[in-house]
Write a protein that binds this ligand. Sequence first.
Ligand SMILES: Cc1ncc(COP(=O)(O)O)c(C=O)c1O
Length: 433
Amino acid sequence: MRNETIAIHAGYEPEATTHAVAVPIYQTAAYAFDSADHGAALFNLEAEGFRYSRIANPTSAVLEKRIAELEGGVGALAVATGQAALHFAFVNVADHGGNIVSVPQLYGTTHTLLSHILPRQGITGRFAESDKPEAIEKLIDENTRAVFAETIGNPAGNVCDIEALAKIAHAHGVPLIVDNTVATPILLKPFDYGADIAVHSLTKFLGGHGTTLGGAIVDSGNFPWAKYAERFPAYNKPDASYHGLVYAERFGRTAYIERARSVYQRTMGSVLSPFNAFLLLQGIETVALRMERHVENARKVAEFLRGDPRVAWVNYTGFPDSPYYPLVQKYLNGNASSLFTFGIKGGMEAGKTFYDALKLITRLVNIGDAKSLACHPASTTHRQMSAEQQRVAGVLPETIRLSIGIEHVSDIIEDIDQALETACPLSRLQAAE
Ligand SMILES: Cc1ncc(COP(=O)(O)O)c(C=O)c1O
């Protein structure tokens, strides 16, 4: 099936008892056993079914199947937020002493997770000087457990060369984990280019309405955990926390996602509520249509900004002179992201005045909503970073990040136009010339 159809149907058939057409919300903590043996079989992972909603829930299971199918993976785990998904994705490959080699252009909180939080647990984030495959390769050593990249960086908008990164990761016997939040599987399917694991914040374009937090990890099923038994003992030696289970043997291609569920979701929680799973499923039904409009509107807004004398620069990868333009053609079929940045003439002060003058476009820290959104990353999402780290991540003091929504594009442009005029009047520019 194709994206549009998967997004509406995958993972659910009207259920047997009520024939409900919409996915039911199974708001239950636990599930009754037929007998002691039935309970034991569920706990032994020998029988299919549900036992407790911290491990799995039927509404979330539909969401998991739908996302797995959209990404072309063998399985998915839905969790409470994108950050929880990233945390589980990393600790599911790296133990104390391991490192994750990452591109530098990351969402600020993910950068913090890798640079400050995981190191306290003995897992180091190593940041390459750029997203170029050579820069990544330089940092890989015998303790590396994964290469990590955002397929489209937030907010830098950089498009990673997934195929090249996957080749390098695989040459060193480690998986490539990607955060595919900004692209979504509608614009890019990372497994087609060799990525092994995809992580999502469902809060953004997939959910699409800015109402509901959620995250997911998707397993391609392609990484050969058994081949690298020494590097990944957790998959190849009996797990004492689960009565001696050997994940690679028992689960084969789904070892990674089953371990994420049985080890991390089971013991650490971060569970998605069934109601949120339902809301996210509603959002996903229209994601293919929405992405089309996001992309189309963003192109028109970027062109408007580029032609405007009040604007200093526009970092939009859909312009042929963007260094990422060839990768936008290769990976996104020419559909540059609706998340992009620009700077107004007059630096930080003019940028802040512009930001305050917006009327339709919402000032906040979120992306991927049906509504157009604007953020000033240096003072919000990326403020934990040093000025140099911000620069490498694509954040300058004056940078405004736009997430262009699906309103009528003329209304979006008119709002930007009036805010530009407040911050940097054309008459002042002309007088200065
Ligand atoms: C690329 C990316 N990944 C992950 C996250 C974290 O997602 P959540 O807010 O659902 O935890 C965000 C949040 O903005 C993001 O932009």
